[in-house]
Ligand binder design. Structure first.
Ligand SMILES: Nc1nc2c(c(=O)[nH]1)N[C@@H](CN(C=O)c1ccc(C(=O)N[C@@H](CCC(=O)O)C(=O)O)cc1)CN2
Ligand SMILES: NCC(=O)N[C@@H]1O[C@H](COP(=O)([O-])[O-])[C@@H](O)[C@H]1O
Length: 215
C-alpha cells in the first residue's frame, strides 16, 4: 500500500517543512508519508528552496494578481482561496500541513478540501486558546514580561474556520526562563516544533487511517 501523501503550505523559512522532509527520508522513516507538493504564498520563502532541494514540486500562489483583478480585498481573498483549494485538490493529497502558513483559510478554501475528505492540520507556536493568530511568540513573551504567564508552548491542531481553535493533536509546554529574549524563546520553540510537527503529522495520519477503516 502506497504511503499517504502530504501537501505542505508554507510562507517562510520552511524549517518545519525541512523537519517533515527529513522525517520522511530517515532510515527507518520517522514519518511514513510522501510530501508530494509544497505551496507558498511568498515567492522569497526559503522553504521553496528546501522543497526543490528535496525534489518536491512547488507552487507560488501569489495574492497580488487577485488584488489587482478584484475591486475589494474580500473579493480578492475569496478568489485566491478558491484557487488555492483547486491547486491543492489537483494533487489529491491525503492531508494538508500548514507549516508556517500565514494566511487565514476561509470556508471558500476549507469547504472543498473537507468535501474531498482532505484533512488539514496547523502548527501554532502557542498553547491552546492562547495568542491565536500571527505573532504568537512575541505576544506570549510580552505577557510573560508583564508577569501574566510563566510558560508558552507549541501545538499542532486540526484546522477549522475559527483560527487556531481546532482540536489539538499534540501540545507541548515551553516554560520561560529568567533573562529570556525573543531570540532565545524562538530558538527553544522552533526546536520543539521540529519534533512535535512530525509526531503530530504521524498521529493525524493514524487518526485518518482509523477513521477510514471504520467507514
Ligand atoms: N481557518 C483557519 N486558517 C488558518 C488557521 C486556522 O486555524 N484556521 N491557522 C493559521 C496559522 N496561523 C496561526 O497558527 C495564522 C497565520 C496568520 C494569521 C493572519 O492573521 N494572517 C493575515 C495575514 C498576515 C500576513 O500576510 O502577514 C491574514 O490572513 O489576513 C492568522 C493565523 C493558518 N490559517
Ligand atoms: N500562526 C502561524 C505561525 O505563527 N506559524 C509559525 O511560523 C513559523 C514558521 O517557521 P518555518 O517557516 O521555519 O517552519 C513557526 O514558528 C510556526 O510556529
Amino acid at each position: 500500500m502506497a504511503p499517504p501523501t502530504l501537501l505542505v503550505l508554507i510562507s517562510g523559512s520552511g524549517s518545519n517543512l525541512q523537519a517533515l522532509i527529513d522525517a520522511t527520508k530517515s532510515t527507518p522513516p520517522l514519518l511514513s508519508a510522501t510530501i508530494t507538493h509544497v505551496i507558498s504564498n511568498k515567492k522569497a520563502a526559503y522553504g521553496l528552496t528546501r522543497a526543490a532541494n528535496a525534489g518536491i514540486p512547488t507552487t507560488y500562489h501569489n495574492l497580488v494578481p487577485y488584488k489587482k483583478k478584484h475591486p475589494t480585498t474580500e473579493a480578492a481573498r475569496e478568489a485566491y482561496d478558491r484557487d488555492l483549494a483547486a491547486h491543492i485538490l489537483k494533487h489529491k493529497p491525503d492531508m494538508v500541513v500548514c507549516a508556517g502558513w500565514m494566511h487565514i483559510l476561509s470556508p471558500t478554501c476549507l469547504g472543498p478540501l473537507q468535501g474531498a475528505g482532505v484533512d488539514i492540520i496547523n502548527l501554532h507556536p502557542a498553547l491552546p486558546g492562547c495568542f491565536d493568530g500571527a505573532g504568537a511568540i512575541e505576544r506570549a513573551l510580552e505577557a510573560w514580561e508583564r508577569g501574566e504567564i510563566d510558560k508558552t508552548g507549541v501545538m499542532i491542531h486540526h484546522v477549522i474556520t475559527a483560527v487556531d481553535r481546532g482540536t489539538p493533536i499534540v501540545v507541548r509546554e515551553v516554560p520561560f526562563v529568567e533573562g529570556d529574549t525573543l531570540e532565545r524563546v524562538e530558538e527553544r520553540i522552533h526546536a520543539v516544533e521540529h519534533v512535535e510537527i512530525v509526531k503530530a503529522t504521524r498521529i493525524a495520519l493514524d487518526q485518518r487511517r482509523e477513521r477510514l477503516e471504520k467507514s
